[in-house]
Design a protein around this ligand. Sequence first.
Ligand code: NBG
Length: 920
Amino acid sequence: MATKKAPAAKTEKKTASAAAEKKTAAAAEKKTALAAEKKTAPAAEKKAAPAAEKKAAPAAEKAAPAAEKKAAPAAEKKAAPAAEKKAAPKKAAAKNVTNSFFDLTPEAFKNKIIEHLHSTLGTSEQKASKQAWWVATCAAVNSMVYERLTQTQQTHFKHDTRAVHYLSAEFLMGRLTSNNLYNLHLYKVCEEALSSLGINLADLCEYEPDMALGNGGLGRLAACFLDSLATLNMPAIGYGIHYENGLFRQEIRDGRQIERPDSWREYGNPWEICRPESVQEVPLGGHVETVFQDDGTIKKIWHPSYMVKGVPWDIPVVGYNGETVNILRLWESRSTESFDWDVFNAGGYVDAQKEKSMAETISKVLYPNDSTENGKMLRLTQQYFFCSCSIKDILRRYKRAHTGKDGVVDFSEFADKVAIQLNDTHPTIAIAELMRIFLDEEGMEWDTAWNICYKVFAYTNHTLLPEALEKWAVYLFEKVLPRHLEIIYEINSRFLNGECEKFFPGDNNIKAKLSIIEEGDCKKVRMGNLAVIGSNKVNGVAKVHSDLVRTDLFPEYAVIWPEKFCNVTNGVTPRRWLCNCNPELAELFSSKIGDSWPVHLDELKELVKFADDADFQKKFMDIKHHNKVKLAKVIKAETGIEVDPDAIFDIQIKRLHEYKRQQLNLLYILALYRRLLENPDLDICKHVFIFGAKAAPGYKTAKDIIFAINKVGERINNDPRINGKIKVVFMPNYRVSLAEKLIPAADVSQQISTAGYEASGTGNMKLAMNGAVTLGTMDGANIEIVEEAGIENNAIFGLSVEEVKDLKARGYNPWDYYNSNNEIRQALDWLDSDYFTPGRPGELASIKHALLGAGDQFLALADFASYSDAQARIDALYKNKKKWAHAAIVNSVSMGKFNSDRSIRDYAENIWNLKDCEVK
Ligand code: NBG
């Protein structure tokens, strides 16, 4: 692709390889026993309502992409039993939070659904399958959603609002039907409408495949953030990849994980809209020509070897109340030519498809690995593909509003209108892409371009695991993105000779460490370093993690740019993770304090006064019990295992990773099982250990842990000697929609990572919000959770961040624990035998090996005794129903801080400088 003039971009500087330097982080943590006396957590912050700056709306909008033209909202306004009007007295009414934009009667809703069944699906009430009913229901919802979407886009365009563009390789959206209905306050209306047709809405929702376009935490966080951005009326767009296959579907066969493709949109997906009018073209490969111009300057011309097409699919993101509907725009890769006509005519039927299938491979699969790189070249191409499409889309939108009559674009306001958030290092290449376009296509000088560029970007770090900080071999990079490599060299050289030299004059070790290019046999591009250098803010996702980002991961950068580093503690949307998945609990809360709390989660704190109220305790625990009964049915249906809803439901749900320490949980189960065999009368509460976890397909130890959990479970669940006192359940195919069933039923939330390794965690927040007691280490957001809910209402154990570092520095030897602790020794030796795999000894030996021979990198043995004590405290507390209810309630009502609305306000104020915008 030819480019226009470009200023000098020539010298590349490289430095010698790095010496690593470690410092230790502060992070104060204490552990105390779970005493059961009540204290309440420090009051949470009060915030203002998602106000909305009023702006006058000028006319003349240049038709923001309109979606399907709508009829005016439902004509009939019969005494609308609109949106769940729960016993929501004075306060809620005053805050006016349940105003729906669509005051629809069930009758009107029903007619809409039937109309779509006929006209959109071409079927009838008599013939329609459940699937068809579901699609018709979505279409009915969409007719309203699109109306708000168009209104939102026109309003943003009119006001030329500053917007945030959230670039993320992953969005783990889950299902949208009930969430959208809930946010529009139409759930009950729809439920009634369908029930008059003999259809159950909850059943229908089960037909929706999860939109699983993410691996875990980072992707789900992005989804929660989109919900909050729309709810707070913030102009925002999510940008990502329209993967044809999301995260694999997990099957368990003979205890082992089997991966199966996830074709979430095999027959289309009613929530997405294709936007052919906004297609982008992306150049790839080839070489760069250097042209010496007459005026002495140099011009760079990139001659790519091929182009692919980026086709955008928009998914509407419905904010609570439905005032703002933003979009998530996902790019699908396609070939620029559908196939080679000439080759086809010459009889090369398969060859003719080659280019097409190569281009389509880019958005084919989500890499099922959240911590290591693989499929390197394709992955880099994926990243570049979606970043390039997104940057061009952002520029297109900007130009629409900032091009003069003479056709000249005024870029002076670009950084005032555009904020781009890089969700981890995956979209970092966007920095080089924006620079390339500014330099080569818009003809800007380097300094002008850079001054705009770094003001636009901000980067969120989600993990300290070194293998997750992406690095690309220079030779690979050069093959795919030769021009970007040049630009990165130039950014690097200016940084090393500029800021770096200023702060660390002549220090080549530091230069080697901070360089974007890692020297060595195989030179590499360090995306983390590029992200830090090219962003105006860098944040971690919980206090302790942000401290570690500053002190351990990027200490020298923090010397150069102390103000660049900040923290935004994660949050989750209470609309999905409380209201929608636990409606009975939501109802109970609303009956006491009105219904404005879903957007002001701090208000729940008022309920602390009921934590010891017998009536409230009973209602709260009855709801928990009911949720457990429902989950027990799901468990039976999915695994065949019978569990007693009166038992402790002890849940560990998250990706399978050694640092998250599912193996520590397993070790304790083995020890407890042995205790019961030795003393069948042991006085413990019935205990159900429930796991849900996918392992990266190439991560052998993780898969072995899944196998071990299943094999140990089989033996324990079928051992009559222990009288059903413990059960072990591994729920296959853990995903958002399954989490929605597990979380409301949890008594105990296992958050047991090695301190310093879990950046934040978000499952911990969801579980606590639903009344689970945290059994956890002082890691990630657990620290802040117990700050809010009281350490005495949770079971905290294990080494602190500092202690982990100290122990590692002194030289950790797992054999010491094996030799001195009988339970550890017996449990590990058991794994060597054929006790759990009759006739096949040694099948579980790899777990023992990881914990001993391989050095137990994540200190599971060091924390075992303390973990076992914490479990004993859980057991004792559960025996005291009142104290347990107290702890569960205090946890649930103290999670105001972990509302993703708070996180988004933090980003908006401290990073994006973003204001809300009322959409009428
Ligand atoms: C994860 C961390 C979690 C954190 C989420 C969201 C990745 C790479 N990291 O601790 O492991 O809660 O990000 O910030 O998904």
